[in-house]
Write a protein that binds this ligand. Sequence first.
Ligand SMILES: C[S@@+](CC[C@H](N)C(=O)[O-])C[C@H]1O[C@@H](n2cnc3c(N)ncnc32)[C@H](O)[C@@H]1O
Length: 419
Amino acid sequence: MTSLTELTSRMAAHAALLEQSLASRGLPLPSFEQHAGETFPDVSKDAAAREARVKLMDDSKLLLDLLLGPADLINRLCQSPFEVAAQSIIYKFKIYDLVPFGGSTTYTELAAKTGLPEYRIRTAIRQSALNRIFDEPAPNVVVHTAASAALVHNKAIQDWYGHFVEEVFPSAAKLAETMEKYPQSTEPNHCSFSTAFNTKDPIFKFFEDNPDRQARFFGAMAGVGKGEGFNLQHIVNGYDWANVGSGLVVDLGGSSGFVSIALAEAFPELKFVVQDYEHTVEGGKKALPAHLKSRIDFSAHNFFTPQPISAEVYFLRHICHDWAAHNAVKILKSLVPALKPTSRIILCELVIQPPRALNGSHERQQRAMEMTMWNMVNAQERSREEWEEVVRLTDDRLAILSINRPENSWDSLIEIGWK
Ligand SMILES: C[S@@+](CC[C@H](N)C(=O)[O-])C[C@H]1O[C@@H](n2cnc3c(N)ncnc32)[C@H](O)[C@@H]1O
């Protein structure tokens, strides 16, 4: 049993600590006012304040759940699809572009511009405002909040949001139906995404044939790298890249090459080849900054076929989690003949923890990633033991040499080499 007064006293102490840290750094109080920033004021350099913020998030969720009680908690959870459904209207009709930043509009004007009935627009925006995306400060007056403004000003957030409301959301609704149809399948196209989009292709092939969706997906993936947990600096600082010297890094399924770019900027000796589907590497090549052209190359390569390049490091970020074990093993097996005695395979992936081993926000992120892999690709995130099993099935001469999760990183760097 939890005492509400004890819980809220603990929260008050953490809130005071956090506010002191903000004040001592000259940072503003957190706000959703439209001119406020996109992220919580940066207290990342103050470990106690960071910890207080995480504890407050966990405690405020606990407080809300306790105050709801079991039956109302279920009721509220079951209403949550409507929260995303409202966002799908906002995305489809680009309502964020129709509200002037710094000014206001009306439901009447939004109805005229979108061709939707005024009462429908009003319902969608009032639902969304409960999540602080748009606000109605006076009747029939609609303004941006900092969150809705982020959808206008930050393309990566917009792409991430679009991918979720248009692809993840309809897929999630098909999960139980898909599991009933293919209860034991590990095929990549037996997933709720394939059911929702009525395709026999795995998602990446589907995207390859739908360039607009693919561009949005890559925008979304690049955006993920900008959040604190998936910040690319964790990769830059989380492995001894300097020790690779002027060696070659092959970035398998490297998309537009954004990880290789971050590493190349930090380690001027390293060289890279980014491998992915043809459209993808063509796009990456075109967008590559001129000063990196001599050190980052792109080549189309299917990672299920034998690796043609001999390199010091084969780097795979968020690749094996897209595939069931037998396919993850196939991807790694295709590297084995190319491995030199000193070569390393580095996986940048989550290492799933049991319940309550992490703080609530971190655990929520892990569970969301597990659900994403299940829904979108019929694959899975893995625990340490499950990663060890993938390596053992690849080649029993290989082993995990180290696993490093940099502080505040969601991903770990899993280093694999010869025993
Ligand atoms: C989840 S994304 C990860 C992208 C990037 N590594 C990152 O960290 O965000 C998976 C990538 O694998 C690529 N991919 C999927 N199947 C592939 C295949 N058979 N051969 C090469 N690349 C593939 C996709 O095009 C996509 O860029």
